[in-house]
Write a protein that binds this ligand. Structure first.
Ligand code: 1GP
Length: 252
């Protein structure tokens, strides 16, 4: 896994990674290219591309091809089987750990696996855990979102994810969440994952709308954070976001 190895080595070298999320339903290919160029300049590590609604292949492929001009790795973040394109470098091959619908736990993965193999894109084994608000991902994925204050339940799901072999564990409050996952919960999850010897990536996203919040979540133990909504509103906010993670040896 070339992309996973790159993410891990960036984390090991710089301490943290930053992921910029682009939703092809909300962003034209031209805007996506501009955002990706800004992300590369700001020192973001990779681009995630996906969304819960309105994704179809020609549009997705066009956005992916535009974003690739930035030189950053392009990783699909699919909400369903329609979130795949051979033009990407990798895909978060996700199971929605706390969905009540087996389709989102193993069903769509069986549909997707042969396609991912034929497309030749790298699958990154990912456990997706939805907390609190949950947003469109939580509603569509039929998640039973873990209450914000139940860091014990969140930690148990994260530990199960590690024991089941996830390389990347993604804690999601939902795109545009009015409240991100509390740093205190991230701290509990990190400590449980450390005690289990997990050396993959702990990624946190949803409602991270200021550099201060990003810094607090990173300091609590997230290996990386995801920004989507904020980037759609103001791509230049990426500079402060990436700086707030205090990446070692970050580009000027
Ligand atoms: C959503 O975690 C991502 O899947 C990013 O959330 O849009 O709130 O930044 P925001």
């Amino acid at each position: 896994g070339k992309v996973l190895r790159m993410l891990l080595s960036e984390r090991d070298e710089k301490g943290k990674i930053h992921l910029t999320l682009i939703d092809p339903e909300k962003t034209s290919p031209e805007e996506a290219e501009r955002i990706a160029m800004t992300a590369a300049d700001a020192g973001s590590t990779a681009i995630l591309i996906g969304g819960s609604l309105g994704i179809f292949e020609p549009l997705l492929s066009e956005v992916v091809r535009a974003v690739k001009k930035s030189g950053l790795p392009v990783i699909l973040f699919p909400g369903n089987i329609n979130g795949l394109t051979p033009h990407a470098d990798a895909v978060l091959f996700m199971t929605l750990m706390n969905s009540d619908d087996p389709y989102y736990v193993t069903g769509v993965q069986a549909q997707a696996a042969p396609i991912v193999l034929r497309m030749g894109i790298e699958p990154i084994p990912t456990a997706y855990i939805i907390v609190g608000y949950g947003g469109a991902a939580g509603y569509i994925g039929r998640a039973r979102p873990i209450p914000y204050e139940r860091s014990d339940i969140l930690a148990a799901y994260a530990l199960a994810s590690a024991m089941m072999g996830a390389s990347l564990i993604y804690l999601e409050a939902g795109s545009g969440a009015p409240r991100p996952i509390p740093p205190s919960s991230v701290r509990v999850v990190k400590s449980v994952l450390n005690s289990a010897g997990f050396d993959g990536l702990l990624i946190v996203g949803g409602g991270i709308n200021s550099p201060e919040v990003a810094a607090a979540i990173a300091e609590a133990g997230a290996d990386g954070i995801v920004n989507g909504t904020l980037v759609e509103k103001d791509p230049r906010s990426l500079y402060d976001m990436v700086n707030s993670l205090r990446l070692r040896n970050s580009r000027p």
